[in-house]
Design a protein around this ligand. Structure first.
Ligand code: UT7
Length: 324
């Protein structure tokens, strides 16, 4: 028998610094017109002094405040990032230590831009398995520091920020139908490089590359297919309780428009903030949830499909019924 859970709080953190397409025109052979036409992105937020950890902690604090709970009541923290300040420990561990939660399980999931979906599924599963009442799911990304600013085909896509939700047990269930998938990325069309030392017994050479590497066209083709499949799957699972709103991973407005035309849903049912925040990887969905909730785009009772896709090649979705 599965437990009932719902989202009771949401929060986010965005750096103040805005980088417009025009500012990128000054450093690269690109144009505002090209970027808008191919991606819908007009600007992105980038860190000045903030770290991935700092943004994660701020987003988590705001979600906890929004839920009206005490940090000491948190029993589980699941993080997601492709741009941690360190490879280990997890951002979840830093959130634990800053929020002062003594008795928690804390870990990150690594599922690329689908990380928040995987983290939500992990959180509700572990709440049941470990018999926990309250969890925080937090995704934070500092992609401006993982972008190769000489590669015009990728650096224009990304932005920084963090988002978090609080999940609590409840009388009725408002988080359901997690669907998680992955297909092998045999051509390495999307990954984040990792710097490493060489050692005397290996042929490996040291590298300080830690940038996002991507074959944009192939990733685009994978993304539209993954979104279509996941939306169909969630629609079928929801049966006679129709999905009213859709929040996709904010990677490219063309992907969102494609999803609207290839599905039975109206374009107004899709939330869009990629024009202002660009692609913030696993943080994009909780950032969107927070903005959509604050703006009143999300209404109590909405049945919301969250859909992500990214490195792996992972993809998946989950349904949340908006209950705040
Ligand atoms: O979170 C998930 C990860 N990523 C994604 O979801 C990204 C998915 N892919 C995409 O969004 C698109 O493939 C891109 C926006 C990255 C690229 O759009 P595209 O329509 O696939 O363009 P392209 O790579 O085929 O490039 C077309 C042309 C090329 O010039 P030529 O060879 O036709 O002369 C590129 O060199 O556009 C050129 N180009 C640019 N021109 C101006 C590539 N980047 C730029 C640029 N400014 N920033």
């Amino acid at each position: 028998m599965s437990i009932n859970t719902k989202i009771t709080g949401v929060g986010s953190y965005l750096p103040e610094t805005i980088v417009t397409n025009a500012m990128i025109e000054d450093i690269l052979d690109t144009s505002d017109e090209w970027i808008i036409k191919r991606t819908g992105i007009r600007q992105r937020r980038v860190v000045k002094d903030e770290t991935t950890t700092y943004m994660a902690v701020e987003a988590a604090k705001r979600a906890v405040e929004n839920a009206g709970i005490k940090s000491e009541n948190i029993e589980l923290i699941i993080g997601s990032t492709i741009s941690g300040d360190v490879s280990s420990p997890a951002i979840a561990s830093y959130v634990q230590r800053t929020l002062g939660c003594e008795n928690v399980a804390a870990m990150d999931v690594a599922a690329g831009c689908t990380g928040f979906i995987y983290a939500m599924a992990t959180a509700i599963s572990l709440m049941e398995t470990l018999n926990k009442n309250t969890a925080v799911v937090v995704a934070s990304e500092n992609l401006s520091c993982r972008s190769d600013w000489s590669d015009r085909s990728s650096c224009i896509l990304f932005g920084d920020g963090a988002g978090a939700v609080v999940i609590e047990r409840s009388e009725s269930n408002s988080i359901y139908h997690p669907v998680l998938h992955a297909i092998p990325d045999t051509d390495d069309v999307l990954y984040v490089a990792s710097s490493k030392y060489a050692h005397p017994w290996s042929k490996d050479i040291a590298t300080d590359d830690c940038a996002i590497r991507m074959d944009g066209k192939k990733v685009f083709a994978f993304a539209v297919d993954a979104v279509e499949k996941t939306l169909n799957e969630l629609t079928e699972l929801c049966g006679d309780k129709p999905i009213t709103k859709i929040i996709l991973h904010q990677a490219n407005n063309r992907i969102i428009r494609y999803a609207a035309t290839s599905s039975s849903y109206d374009k107004d049912q899709f939330f869009v903030n990629v024009d202002r925040l660009a692609n913030t990887s696993s943080a994009s969905i909780p950032l969107a949830i927070d903005e959509a909730a604050r703006e009143g785009w999300l209404k109590k009772g909405d049945v919301v499909a969250l859909v992500g896709f990214g490195a792996g090649l992972s993809y998946g979705g989950i349904i949340i019924e908006w209950a705040i």
